[in-house]
Write a protein that binds this ligand. Structure first.
Ligand code: HEM
Length: 119
């Protein structure tokens, strides 16, 4: 079973997004990346993001991860923080530490195409 199905599928994702959005926008080191983006659009993006991160069943048909993040100057620090915040959200809805590590491992594979600024 995919992590997406294990945490409760689409219904759980909606809850996750609300909680995650709070954490990301309250984080001073992350909010600058997202503050200029329309929040409806961002929620839509987060849905796609979580589908990718949790290996969901929906076919993601947006831009490639490299293309979507090109020019955003994402740092390793921001990347790490985003993964930590998502881990906190998943822990809050009762996802097991083992499954949170599975999510971390999936996201870590994307690091080389998303991070552009190496400090
Ligand atoms: C951890 C792995 C990540 C995944 C799986 C991911 C996934 C995505 C997805 C699916 C989109 C939507 C692309 C589209 O619809 O065209 C997106 C957009 C975006 N991501 Fe990420 N992302 C990740 C990390 C990050 C990080 C670390 C940052 C910055 C701190 C970031 C900032 C953004 C921004 C600002 C957009 C909107 C770009 C735009 O619409 O112009 N992402 N991401």
């Amino acid at each position: 079973m995919s992590l997406y199905e294990e945490i409760g599928g689409d219904a759980a994702i909606t809850t996750v997004i609300a909680d995650y959005w709070q954490r990301v926008s309250a984080d001073p080191l992350l909010s600058s990346w997202f503050s200029t983006i329309d929040s409806t659009l961002l929620r839509f993006h987060l849905h796609a993001y979580l589908t990718v991160a949790l290996d969901g069943p929906e076919n993601y048909e947006g831009r490639s991860m490299r293309h979507a993040h090109a020019g955003l100057k994402v740092t390793h620090q921001a990347f790490d923080l985003l993964v930590v915040r998502l881990g906190e959200t998943l822990a809050a809805i009762g996802v097991t530490p083992e499954n949170i590590l599975r999510m971390d491992a999936r996201l870590t594979m994307l690091r080389p195409v998303i991070v552009e600024v190496h400090h």
